[in-house]
Write a protein that binds this ligand. Structure first.
Ligand SMILES: [Zn+2]
Length: 229
């Protein structure tokens, strides 16, 4: 029997006071998150659990959700990153450091209190629920259409948008157009680039092949080489 997490407070703390959830199984896209932080700022708090009686050199706050946001902040590092954010309307300060040399490596954290079991459940479901979702492609395309070709901080690149507007055909559509795949569709393909003379020699040596396709000629040539033809 475990209790739900209890919200305590929201604070901004040095990252040194936080520790990553031990054994977090998710491997997130840290550069994309940093791109978002620089463009949009830290719009969502990390969620950390306050543990009592931690060891003296053990940070008392363990991040249950937002471990990759914390990594992105660590990747940014303290001080001025030296890079303003480029937008369609010009440059503006970095959303993390404000291009301020005195910026300290901090993050905004919602602190909760819970037991070990609930802490693991929160860490698992926070990763899992995000990946179990899906998209309304029309709604997504409409949202992206407002970005005016400035995709920074959205997690999308132009190729994603092109794919969304003109998606590749589904397997069903391909089957409708080209018929179901034949068994030999999956056979290996050998590509050769020959001089015209070599091509003529190939045709000359295989003039007695039972078929006129290159594949027929090649099989005939292999039979000749084996002494079977
Ligand atoms: Zn910065």
């Amino acid at each position: 029997m475990t209790d739900p997490a209890r919200y305590l407070r929201t604070v901004t703390v040095p990252l040194a006071e936080l520790r990553h959830f031990p054994g977090n199984a998710k491997r997130g896209d840290v550069p994309t998150i940093l791109d978002s932080l620089r463009r949009n700022g830290q719009y969502r708090s990390l969620i950390a659990r306050q543990t009592e009686n931690g060891h003296a050199d053990d940070p008392p706050l363990t991040v249950l959700a937002g471990n990759h946001t914390m990594m992105a902040l660590e990747l940014h590092g303290p001080g001025d990153c030296g890079a303003p954010v480029k937008t369609a309307k010009g440059e503006r300060p970095c959303g993390v450091c404000g291009n301020n040399a005195a910026w300290e490596l901090t993050g905004r954290v919602e602190i909760v209190e819970c037991d070990d079991d609930t802490a693991r459940r929160i860490n698992l479901v926070d990763n899992r629920s995000a990946e179990k979702g899906s998209y309304d492609r029309d709604a997504l395309a409409e949202l992206l259409s407002y970005m005016d070709d400035d995709l920074s901080g959205t997690g999308y690149i132009p190729a994603d948008v092109e794919l969304l507007l003109a998606p590749p055909p589904s397997l069903e559509e391909l089957a409708d157009t080209y018929g179901d795949p034949e068994a030999d569709d999956f056979w290996p393909v050998i590509k050769l680039r020959l001089s015209p003379e070599e091509r003529d020699t190939f045709h000359g040596l295989t003039v007695d092949a039972p078929g006129k396709e290159d594949t027929d000629r090649f099989r005939y040539l292999m039979a000749l080489a084996r002494g079977d033809a």
